[in-house]
Design a protein around this ligand. Structure first.
Ligand code: NAD
Length: 499
């Protein structure tokens, strides 16, 4: 069994706490590695070393920092296959999906190559007689990212790229479920020319997270994960005076209008509902057809598509649609919620219970489930299931459909399928959800826009990646400079107006 490590000061370093977590191969159910769980002392030492390393990195000109990003992009492309394999082995997602995970992170690194431009401040020439005024965007110092299991490449890259390009040192606390790829990313950053100590990967659990939140040197924390932990980290991080942004769970609704192309809508729902076994924060977990006739047509199109889905290990080739869920506990939780749906009166149209795969009996596979006639009071509607379970809620009107999405406590993503531009525009304008798709089921914004949910899906006031990330990882200093002669003639004691 492999023993994983931390990545400190440019090298893999063994843990010293004596505590470990098992890392599974979800396809076989076997423990394939164990990862050390850092103690508070280990976190504090990693932060202290990062603070030393940040001084020179922050003073390095932005173009040189951008060149490290440029080299890093090349290395990510070079090692794409290796990264995808390691990712699938620990996460369970298919190889093409794992490559997508790396790719969507890599695109944010590409965006960060523009750091010299993005870090330019504002300048006012002659704000007053002999006075210039300018602002600088300066790094915060040491910042940290705490990331979830479901995108072990993309989300660490979304955090480390902008943080480092802005001149910060970065502490990454990845998910303990799939820590190998984050360690590989740190090695590639070193190979790309990042100085030692500027990027530290500290593996761990709550103890490491609390140590980060309590450490006075850490200036900002970016978190992605489930909503209860997001709200805990937001509150605790803010209480410790840090800048904090936390992205949480989701329950994404896709509204299907009667005029939608029903084949297109069904294809979109199958991909968005079951891809990555539903373990995406932008997965569609609720279909809302408008009108009973639309619902009947949609279900009729969905059922054969869902029954044809191929579930298997990532090693079985590219025609596998989705793999296992991440842990036995996740599998048991999904099964429990499915039973609650049945008990509370939903109609299980496609029954994935009892799904088995010969040779992988101990793997964490879950068959696809489709519920119809789900109602607002059911647990399967209120809870993020994070599995291959799609719920259909029948709405009788567009207003009822948009109201459902608006009333739900989560507000990460949503989509509407329609041929009517007016309905689509109204939906995009009124909906209280952060990311909206029009005939696009998973509207994940590209790297040069920004990503973030509303309501219980996002805490804090800036989004991830895009220009928001450059705001989050820098602070503004504004300088008022006066260079005429004559200042020596006497101090000014009144608050001056610019005239
Ligand atoms: P999680 O909340 O269990 O874990 C996320 C991180 O928090 C991990 O690094 C974990 O070690 C740490 N953590 C877990 N319990 C903790 C505790 N008690 N105290 C302090 N830290 C703790 O989430 P997960 O299961 O890894 O990821 C799935 C969740 O993430 C889903 O809810 C999904 O919707 C969400 N997610 C959201 C986004 C987004 O951008 N909104 C993106 C991806 C995933």
């Amino acid at each position: 069994m492999q023993e994983l490590s931390h990545f400190i000061d440019g090298a893999r370093v063994d843990g010293t706490s004596g505590r470990f977590a098992d890392v599974f191969n979800p396809a076989t159910g076997e423990v394939q590695a164990r990862v050390p769980l850092a103690s508070k002392a280990e976190v504090d030492a990693a932060v202290a070393r990062a603070a030393e390393a940040q001084i020179a990195w922050g003073a390095t000109n932005p173009q040189r920092r951008a060149r490290v990003m440029m080299a890093f992009v090349q290395l990510l492309n070079r090692d794409m296959d290796k990264l995808a394999e390691a990712l699938s082995r620990e996460h369970g997602k298919t190889i093409p999906d794992a490559k997508g995970d790396v790719q969507r992170g890599l695109e944010v690194i590409e965006f960060c190559i523009g750091a010299p431009h993005l870090l330019k401040g504002e300048f006012t020439d002659s704000a007053g007689p002999g006075i210039d005024m300018y602002s600088m965007k300066q790094p915060l110092g040491v910042v940290a990212g705490i990331t979830p299991f479901n995108f072990p490449a993309m989300i660490p890259l979304w955090k480390m790229g902008p943080a480092l390009a802005c001149g910060n040192a970065f502490i990454l606390k990845p998910s303990e479920r799939d820590p190998s790829v984050p360690l590989m990313l740190a090695e590639l950053m070193k190979e790309a020319g990042l100085p030692d100590g500027v990027l530290q990967v500290v593996n761990g659990d709550k103890e490491a997270v609390d140590a980060i939140l309590e450490n006075e040197t850490v200036q900002a924390v970016g978190f992605v994960g489930s909503t209860p932990i997001a709200s805990y980290i937001y509150a605790k991080g803010c209480a410790h005076g840090k800048r904090v942004q936390c992205f949480g769970g989701a329950k994404n609704h896709m509204i299907v209008m009667p005029d939608a192309d029903m084949d297109q809508a069904a294809d979109a729902l199958v991909g968005a509902g079951y891809g990555a076994a539903g373990e995406r924060c932008m997965a569609i977990s609720v279909a809302v057809p408008v009108g009973d006739e639309t619902a009947d047509r949609l279900i009729e199109k969905l059922v054969p598509r869902i029954e044809k889905l191929k579930v298997g290990p990532y090693t079985a080739g590219d025609d596998v649609d989705y793999g296992p869920v991440v842990t036995a506990a996740a599998k048991a939780n999904i099964a429990r919620l499915v039973e609650s749906g049945i008990a509370q009166g939903a109609e299980l149209v496609v029954d994935g219970r009892g799904f088995g795969l010969q040779g992988y009996e101990d793997g964490f596979f879950v068959g696809p489930h489709l519920f119809d006639r789900v109602t607002k009071d059911m647990d399967i509607y209120k809870t993020e299931i994070f599995g291959p379970v799609l719920s259909t809620v029948r709405a009788q009107s567009y207003e009822e459909a948009i109201g459902l999405a608006m009333d739900h406590e989560y507000g990460n993503g949503t989509a509407i399928f329609t041929r009517d531009g007016d309905t689509a525009r109204d939906f995009a304008s009124r909906i209280n959800i952060g990311m909206v798709g029009v005939n696009v089921p998973i509207p994940v914004p590209l790297a040069y826009h920004s990503f973030g949910g509303w309501k219980k899906s996002g805490f804090g006031d800036l989004n991830q990646h895009g220009t928001d990330a450059f705001k989050f990882y820098t602070r503004t200093k504004t300088v008022t400079a006066r260079w005429p002669s004559g200042i020596k003639e006497g101090g000014e004691f009144n608050f001056k107006q610019m005239d």
